[in-house]
Design a protein around this ligand. Structure first.
Ligand code: IPM
Ligand code: MG
Length: 356
């Protein structure tokens, strides 16, 4: 198979982990006889520095022309404490999601058994947990009208959803539930928020098309509690953009560490595959970032965008093999991990490559 892959490392540790993810893709191509052609493009803070824009036109053009995108992270601490900054790295990410029509963000939360003790949650609560989040990604309070009034003393962000937007993410989530344990939990705040009431109405309607899928509705506050109390009760969770953002960070603890979680953003065109962790400037350049989420993102890319199931599984079992052999990066090491088994970004990447 011949495919064009765009590498978009972005900011901070995005650079380091994406380089490792790309090496794994290369290895897969070599082993299975595929030809992957790569190009690279700028986004986020590095793009602002180079061009003034967090998503240069050139990047967007390359994105639309590629078959899949391996993405790193965006963000820079210098903007976090400057609420008045007009141009921000995150704007590049949001514009990319909108422009590429990436309305469905899949975040699989599955614990590798070897990492049971890396989480702050008790192992007996976690063992066997396996959740697939569908976070809506191009609507909600993220993209509604926002601004200031009363001479800047009042701020507002409008949350908006159309029936169509809820329907298309709902169908994706129901389809996925069908291939899994056939349980769908829709998360909203329909006791308070109008967009949530539309959300629930639409989910109830689509549910009629999927009589084989068991549906439950939960409020977001209760879900936040249930994820920690009993994560095994969930199979597929579908929710709005902002709730999904928050709940998936929380759920990363079910997978041991944020450094392990991959995601896929899909929709109308090219899919984007990225770790859910951010740019982590506190550890940037130290060579200690965990590249496993980027590697697992590459596995999702192979599976979802290219339909290469066997190749994808090979990558996942290589990661599993590395963990089974006892190797860890700092973020997932435990006090019991022998010193010489705590590896840096490149070294753990090499262990994965060996096993692919
Ligand atoms: C994520 C991130 C982004 C989001 C930020 C960086 C804008 O937290 O992908 O979860 O809020 O969607
Ligand atoms: Mg987030």
């Amino acid at each position: 198979m011949k495919k064009n892959i765009l590498i978009v490392p972005g900011d901070g540790i995005g650079q380091e982990v994406t380089a490792v993810g790309k090496k794994v893709l290369d290895k897969v191509a070599e082993k299975f006889g595929h030809e992957f052609l790569y190009d690279e493009a700028l986004i986020g803070h590095v793009a602002i520095e180079a061009t003034g824009s967090p998503l240069p036109d050139e990047t967007l053009k390359k994105m639309k022309a590629s078959d899949a995108i391996l993405f790193g992270a965006v963000g820079h601490p210098k903007y976090d404490n400057d609420p008045t900054a007009k141009v921000r790295p995150e704007q590049g990410l949001l514009k990319m999601r909108k422009e590429l029509g990436l309305y469905a963000n899949l975040r699989p939360i599955k614990l590798f058994d070897e990492l049971l003790d890396a989480s702050s949650i008790k192992p007996e609560i976690l063992r066997g947990a396996d959740i697939l989040f569908f976070r809506e990604l191009t609507g909600d309070i993220y993209f509604g009208e926002k601004g200031r009034k009363n001479d800047g003393n009042t701020a507002y962000d409008i949350a908006e959803y159309s029936r169509f937007e809820v329907e298309r993410i709902a169908r994706k989530a129901f389809d996925a539930a069908r291939t899994r344990r056939k349980k769908l939990c829709s998360v909203d705040k329909a006791n308070v928020i109008e967009t949530s009431r539309l959300w629930r109405e639409v989910i109830q309607k689509i549910a009629l098309e999927y009589p084989d899928v068991e549906v439950e509705h939960q409020f977001v506050d209760a879900t936040a509690m249930l994820l920690i109390k009993d994560p095994r009760r969930f199979d597929v969770i579908v929710t709005a953009n902002l709730f999904g953002d928050i709940l998936t960070d929380e759920a990363s603890q079910i997978a041991g560490s944020m450094g392990m979680l991959a995601s896929a953003s899909i929709g109308d065109g090219t899919g984007v595959y990225e770790p859910i962790h951010g740019s982590a400037h506190d550890i940037t350049g130290k060579g200690v970032a965990n590249p496993l989420a980027s590697i697992l993102s590459a596995a999702l890319l192979l599976d979802i965008s290219f339909g290469l199931k066997k190749e994808s599984e090979t990558v996942i079992s290589a990661v599993d093999g590395v963990l089974k052999a006892g190797f860890r990066t700092r973020d997932i090491a435990s006090p019991q991990t022998p010193h010489d088994h705590v590896l840096g970004t490149d070294a753990i990447g090499q262990e994965v490559l060996k096993r692919v």
